[in-house]
Design a protein. Sequence first.
Length: 327
Amino acid sequence: MTALALDAETIPVTVLTGFLGSGKTTLLRHLLAHPEMDETAVIVNEFGAVGLDHHLLESSNEDTLLLDNGCLCCGLRGDLVATLQSLLERRERGEVPAFRRVVIETTGLADPVPVLQTFRTDPLRFSLYEIAGLVTCFDAVNGMATLSHHKEAERQLALADTIVVTKTDLPHDEALVRELNRRNRRARLLTALDGACAPADVLQGPAPDALIGPHETHEHHHQHHDRIVSVTVTGREVLTWDHVRRAVAELVERHGDRLLRVKGLLRVEGFDGPVSVDGVQHLFHRPRPLDAWPVGVDAPFLVGIAEGAAAEEIDAWLRAVLEPGNA
């Protein structure tokens, strides 16, 4: 795998998920019809069952297809890491057209946690690929009933950076938007009428300035019987690298099984800008210094999404990182 050079341009990867029948493939077809989706590599699980046939132009080999807008489409029948490695290596050898972004469409039953963890594993951690966001399609008609019976659907919704509500042309519960906001207040909420949605809206990733604004109450508004709870904690302290290393290691060791996702920005000695923290269960990126604080964010914060834990517990876990004096 090609190592990431200091001046190399990273390739953003958007994971498109959603439960069975939520409209992922319909949304993907509409996205690929836009010119701005040129130079996109699409990786689809269970490729043979996906209705993209009218986009196919020619086959470059048995597992890579060239779409009529110049995009690549790969059927994921094996390991995701191997597929991503192969695409990058073949791009460098000129065997496939250049691509500057990747969209991965998961199966409807996919748990997004292992997919996100893939990009924290050694083969990809230092590669050109970088997660740009998790997009979840949510069925306006059947989605709420699905959440009641399937853990995967709950995780798909709770971890989303962007939620695309589909089938809004059919009769649905008007309280749906309120319930989605209650379950995931961080996510950007979009509506796809008949599957149509602007690529710029779907692919822009999380909004950093939206992560802390309404969450000063640490999201204790979540009902305590919710199985997946999200908490945001803000801080003021300037931390040392040693504390960040030890605190994150302890967070992972003690709570990694229940802590599905942690992300946020820290204020660390010796850096003018913030230091980004991002982890999925037991796998964390090395904290990454940024040049400047995002617009609208002027204080350190951490967002924790946990399963089977009370909001007060998650709050305490995150404060052990943000407030060493009170840990």
